[in-house]
Design a protein around this ligand. Sequence first.
Ligand SMILES: [Zn+2]
Length: 124
Amino acid sequence: MAPSDLIDHFDARAVFRGLLDGEDYRNRVAGSCIYRCPRCGHRIRFRWRSFYQAKGRSPFQRRLRRIFDDLTPALPADEQGCIDFHCPACQAPTRIIYSAHDYTKIAYHFDIYAVLVGAGKTQK
Ligand SMILES: [Zn+2]
């Protein structure tokens, strides 16, 4: 089985709580939100700042990163970004994909699009 077969796509609403919907946006990060790992149930709180500071960093090795990159769509947004991490509980490689809308020169809105999650150690 190819490694990409082990990576599942989750809609933002399936794994996040605390996101906002409005007339012209969906799944917006406001203050903070709670992510629940779909592999093991571990919860992580993300703040607006987490998205602001995430740009360009990834703990993934190059090969794994490339696999995630291949599965990451181009979003219709001013900018898009992702947060890569390993679940602290089950080690599942996880990528949060979001769009960033520049609404002033110094501030952004972050709208979560989806989450890609690889296999965790405790997965059956
Ligand atoms: Zn987990």
